[in-house]
Design a binder for this molecule. Structure first.
Ligand SMILES: [Zn+2]
Length: 402
């Protein structure tokens, strides 16, 4: 159910994505067939705040980078880093990037703490203590330091070598890194945050075998994760490839849903495999990095001619590079999410086809929307901008049309 993709795909999917979300009387009537008015209001309140949090986070990010780019802040930090590092370029860049990352993460800490801890508790969704939340936050930060600082150094080696065409080698190397991360994350990164155990239920195992056979793909490794230590929300996802590929089910889902419902979820995840969504996601990410780097190379050259930085590989240009990539990711968000929703629709159709259980499909969609406090009738702009999955009523309508 989770798929993160960046890239270019069919824009027509956007239209389909919002068709059910326009809050007309008929949509409300359909909503009331499955949900109580209280459930609809509660989901709207919870998700309405999440939309605002997204806007606030994006505004802070843009403001932070703009401040660095268009005030002497970036050049001051660059000069300080160079002095501190004794004019060793790689150390100065590492120090500069670490300062930038730490400042950014601490600037976002209040909003992340409010959105990720206090608000989740206020809505009865979180089961995590404050110490656990901070532990996760700290681990995430350490992981970012370990992954991002070498990546930034590598990128700047390429920019120094060829300030005009570094994007070709950059996209190639980042492509390999994305591939490596996709392969290794399930065994190296995910276990830092969650515990995974093989699915024990013999009945469910037999169902996985049958589904894989029907789908004509190799049997997946199915793991259960201890999500209940953090949340009451239910979810499932596919991750990894080759020897690290697996389907992960939240224990919250396995405990609450019937065997038929879990089978539908498994069928949906197998649908992602049938259509090679992980590979397509990796390919689209590489393409997005290439296009992003091409534009970033032009922006760095513009920054040099404007006197914001001394040359393209000037560490003071890092906020400008990141601002460009962030702005591009925001602008292309509707496209990225349209692609993601397209993938999810394919997986939903596969779930219906493989499980041959329309009632269980509808029931699991309704149950997931309830337990995760979904916005049952989201505004069209929210779907367009933020929804990686089609809204629940659209997902249910797929079942009604088959
Ligand atoms: Zn999915």
């Amino acid at each position: 159910m989770r798929s993160t993709v960046i890239g270019i795909f069919c824009l027509s999917l956007l239209v389909a994505g919002v068709s059910l979300s326009n809050t007309g009387a008929s949509v409300k009537e359909i909503a009331l067939r499955y949900f109580t008015p209280e459930e609809i209001a509660r989901g709207k309140s919870y998700m309405g705040g999440r939309y605002l949090l997204f806007a606030a986070r994006s505004a802070i990010t843009l403001g932070f980078f703009l401040l660095f780019v268009f005030t002497p802040a970036s050049r001051t930090l660059r000069d300080f880093s160079a002095t501190w590092a004794g004019y060793r370029p790689w150390l100065a860049l590492t120090f500069y990037a670490a300062c930038l990352l730490l400042l950014y993460r601490f600037l976002l800490l209040p909003i992340d703490l409010y959105g990720g801890y206090f608000r989740e508790h206020a809505y009865g969704l979180s089961t995590q203590g404050l110490d656990g939340w901070f532990k996760d936050w700290g681990k995430g930060l350490i992981l970012q330091v370990i992954l991002l600082l070498p990546a930034v150094n590598l990128l700047y080696v390429l920019i120094r070598r060829d300030p005009h065409r570094w994007f070709v080698a950059g996209a190639g190397i980042f492509g390999i890194m994305i591939l490596l991360l996709t392969f290794l994350a399930p065994v190296l990164i995910d276990p830092l945050f969650h515990t995974f155990t093989p699915l024990k239920d013999a009945d469910l195992k037999a169902r996985v075998l049958r589904l894989a056979e029907r789908a004509g793909i190799p049997v997946e490794q199915v793991l259960e994760t201890d999500a209940s230590r953090r949340t009451v929300k239910a979810n499932a996802y596919v991750t990894g490839f080759g020897r690290t590929k697996r389907i992960v089910l939240y224990d919250t889902l396995v405990k609450r849903a019937s065997a038929d419902e879990v089978e539908v979820v498994l069928a949906h995840e197998i649908g992602h495999r049938m259509y090679h969504h992980i590979w397509k996601g990796v390919g689209l990410s590489v393409l997005a990095f290439f296009l992003g780097f091409v534009i970033a190379a032009l922006v760095l050259q513009w920054g040099t001619t404007r006197g914001l930085l001394t040359h393209s590989a000037d560490p003071a240009g890092l906020p400008l590079l990141l601002l460009t990539l962030f702005a591009l990711s925001l602008v292309t968000l509707p496209l990225q999410n349209a692609i993601s929703r397209g993938f999810e629709r394919q997986a939903d159709l596969a779930a219906l086809e493989l499980s041959e259980n329309r009632d269980a499909y509808v029931k699991v969609e309704v149950d997931l929307a309830r337990s995760n406090l979904a916005d049952i009738t989201p505004p069209g702009w929210a779907v367009l901008l933020l929804y990686t999955h089609p809204p629940v009523l659209e997902r249910i309508s797929v079942a009604e049309q088959t």
